[in-house]
Ligand binder design. Structure first.
Ligand code: GLA
Length: 748
């Protein structure tokens, strides 16, 4: 529910005898779980009042402390700067006295850069309007129908430049979620450069919180990091052109006592795939300001009169059930309101990918042999990874030449795909559509299509460059090639990879004044092609990937229901990676495969069963040469696939409860997937290192109905949910990396 309230505040002005008054308009968003409130002063300053657990319908303006220390400027202009530098703002500007982290910075034709946004009005709409910007095909964002959400749009204006900023706040009816974005419209008569335009700011009344971020590297993505707030700025960001493996576009503040099941968490997730910033600043008064949006680093956007710019959205989740509650809110939101299309709620085919099986060394007979063996074991789709196009025998050529490498696949794709289909299997293909190899026909013909600064060396990675997706000609050409391949055979899945970061960020197609727009225009260009692809081929299953999980962000989920989580497929390393990923992404989105041992990244050997049990907590598939693995491993595949079919509904649609913590010292991990009606659940337990003289571990279940009785075949016991959750069960497994699953079914 969104409402407006009026209130009059009385206060003493220093030096004056009479009590002064100010009428403040309060705008409030409430649902059963949360309240978000802001206030408009008589002069039009938009102040933040409250965000958190649902509170009473009282007048909350006392939280602003307008009567303390620094007065409202219209009554006491001589202290205006103090007001600007201490009050909590909804969308802070710079240059007029607020010296904390701003959301918005512009520079006009004269090189002047102050800004003063004031409230001009607001409107409330039912549902959640689609994010739009003239000339942009799509901006990924969560969706909600009229009954599911309500949106407040507050119009702010900087009268000096004639700039209008519309701040959008959508509150979901049934979950603790508010989404935010901002739209800038140049209503003036001069050009302005928008140098900073973040999506959200939330002011916190103290700094008594910890900040949680998800950090890592290639093959070690999304490790959970927790640090106390301290004076000054704490941030994570990306300046790589992708959301990055190094820092996910996620941050949360939490109460000091927050843990997996208890405590307050305010989480922020940016629906964006490029450079981002998530920053908390603890200011001189000990209060914390959190901001999130497109990274202002090297960013500038020219807005001519009547032009507009829309920011991506920030998803804000509030939980009073610790990180577990936060995650389940994200999972429900993304499964219900972000992931789209044919595969959204469907079980995905169990795939076998040939990357770790063959790398670049394959031909159609080898692929067919893998498929034939795989089909006998119950695997449902063959995915041909890198190396099927151009003349690609290694990673140093042919990106951009998206036609079949006939020396490997004689007669083209169709004969192979037809044979695979005849085995009853689907067929999928790898592309890296944003790239061009130095050694490629495409680069020889169109060197100007690569991102570059003319006259400077072009930094290579994997002997490749990034294509200039801000250029519509490039997008059209590459997409045309992809279409040709898709139309040449029955390709039902694409793995869309992206294997390098952006350097020498310049475009041969943009004018000088717009060069700094390239970072963002590139991302919008990628979105456009992904949107065309999924619109033109509605049943295509798209899986995103970026050197593993280097672009695992919510915007990618708008196009692809699943994302390759990490190139590290080691069953034990995956515990941490999947644990961190599950902070905000549902299991249905986490690409997870059983691979060969010793593991290609770590050299570690983990039992085949455990590799399977860990991969079952994601999308599930195989990434090995099924014709060459040991017979005893191969023999286990049908059983694993049977488990997949049994449990995948629970994993895909159920609630996930993290029980163990692979970052902790306890040497085990455990998690549960519980059906929404709480009639079924599966518990997975993985022992990391076996410990002497510790025969059994007591595992307390979560998420069950206390009053239901659950049968568990593996334990040979029937116990109430209450007992399972309070007394737990004892699990004793033998050996390092041993694991087991336990299925619980409620009695009728
Ligand atoms: C990236 C991906 C891998 C694989 C290779 C192919 O590293 O993450 O899964 O597709 O590229 O070159």
């Amino acid at each position: 529910m969104i409402r407006e309230q009026q209130t009059t505040i009385g206060f003493h002005v220093w030096g004056a005898e009479k009590l002064s008054e100010e009428t403040v308009k309060v705008l409030r968003l409430d649902n059963d779980g949360i309240t978000y409130a802001m206030a408009v002063t008589e002069e039009g300053f938009l102040l933040h009042v409250y965000y958190g657990k649902r509170c009473g319908d009282d007048d909350l303006t006392y939280l602003l402390h307008l009567d303390e220390g620094t007065y409202t400027p219209q009554h006491h202009n001589r202290e205006r700067l103090n007001f600007m530098d201490s009050r909590p703002f909804e969308y802070p500007c710079h240059g007029i006295g607020d010296f904390r982290e701003p959301c918005f910075m512009v520079m006009d034709e004269e090189g002047m850069s102050a800004c003063d946004l004031r409230y001009r009005g607001h409107r409330i709409v039912s549902g959640k309007p689609v994010l739009k910007q003239k000339g942009v095909r799509c901006i990924p964002a969560t969706t909600a129908s009229e009954g599911e959400a309500e949106t407040l749009i507050v119009t702010m204006e900087d009268a000096h430049e004639g700039l209008v900023v519309e701040l959008s706040y959508s509150i979901f009816r049934d979950s603790n979620v508010i989404t935010r974005s901002a739209k800038v419209i140049n209503k003036g008569y001069r050009e302005v450069h928008v140098n900073r335009v973040l999506s959200a700011c939330v002011e916190f009344p103290s700094s008594d919180y910890d900040m949680i971020t998800l950090n890592g590297a290639w093959a070690r993505e999304r490790a959970v990091c927790r640090a106390a707030l301290h004076g000054g700025k704490q941030s994570v960001d990306s300046i790589r052109g992708v959301s990055s493996a190094q820092h996910n576009p996620f941050a949360a503040l939490c109460s000091k006592d927050a843990d997996e099941d208890r405590g307050e968490v305010w989480a922020f997730h940016f629906v964006y795939s490029g450079n981002f910033l998530a920053e908390t600043e603890v200011a001189q008064d000990g209060k914390a300001r959190f901001v999130m949006g497109i990274n202002p680093y090297d960013f500038s956007w020219l807005l001519k009169p009547e032009e507009e710019f829309t920011t991506p959205e920030v998803v804000m989740v509030y939980s009073e059930e610790g990180f577990g509650g936060m995650s389940r809110t994200f999972h429900d939101l993304y499964r219900g309101h972000l992931i789209r299309g044919y595969w959204k709620d469907r079980e995905r085919p169990v795939l076998i990918n040939n990357w770790e099986a063959t790398y670049f060394r394959f031909d159609q007979d080898k692929l067919y042999a893998i498929a034939e063996q795989a089909s006998k074991l119950g695997i449902e789709m063959l995915v041909v990874d890198d190396g099927w196009f151009g003349h690609r025998d290694f990673d140093n050529s042919s990106l951009g030449d998206w036609y079949v490498y006939e020396e490997k696949l004689k007669g083209g794709l169709k004969p192979l795909v037809d044979r695979v289909n005849a085995l009853g299997m689907k067929f999928g293909l790898w592309f890296e559509p944003e790239m061009v190899s130095d050694d490629s026909e495409l680069f020889r013909t169109h060197p100007e299509w690569a991102i570059q600064i003319i006259g400077r060396n072009m930094t290579q990675q994997r002997a490749q460059y990034v294509l200039d997706y801000s250029n519509p000609e490039v997008r059209e050409y590459v997409y045309g090639m992809i279409r040709k391949i898709l139309d040449s055979a029955n390709v039902e899945y694409i793995k869309w990879d992206m294997n390098r970061n952006l350097t020498e960020v310049g475009s041969t197609a943009l004018p000088g004044k717009r060069q700094r727009e390239l970072w963002h225009r590139y991302v919008l260009g990628v979105y456009e092609v992904m949107d065309r692809l999924t619109t033109d081929y509605p049943k295509l299953l798209l899986e995103n990937c970026s050197s593993g999980g280097g672009r695992f962000d919510p915007a990618m989920l708008y196009f692809s229901p699943q994302i390759w989580t990490s190139d590290d497929t080691d069953g034990i390393a995956r515990l941490q990676i999947q644990y961190g990923t599950s902070y905000c992404y549902p299991a249905s989105a986490m690409g997870a495969h059983v691979s060969d041992c010793p593991n290609h990244v770590l050299g570690r050997t983990v039992p085949f069963d455990t590799r399977g049990n860990v991969a079952l907590a994601g999308t599930f598939g195989y990434e090995l040469d099924v014709t060459r693995i040991p017979e005893e491993d191969r023999a286990k595949i049908p059983g694993q696939i049977e488990k997949f079919h049994r449990f995948n509904g629970l994993v895909r649609d159920g609630d996930r409860y993290r029980i163990g913590n692979p970052f902790g010292t306890e040497q085990y991990d455990a998690w549960m997937h519980v059906s929404k009606d709480k009639n079924e659940a599966v518990l997975t337990f993985v022992q990391i290192m076996a410990q002497p003289n510790r025969p059994k571990r007591n595992i307390k279940l979560k998420g069950l109905c206390p009053d239901k009785k659950y049968q568990c075949e593996e334990l040979g016991m029937t116990l109430s949910g209450r007992t399972l959750m309070t007394c737990g069960i004892d699990i004793g497994l033998h050996g390092d990396y041993a694991s087991a699953t336990y299925y619980f079914k409620a009695e009728e």
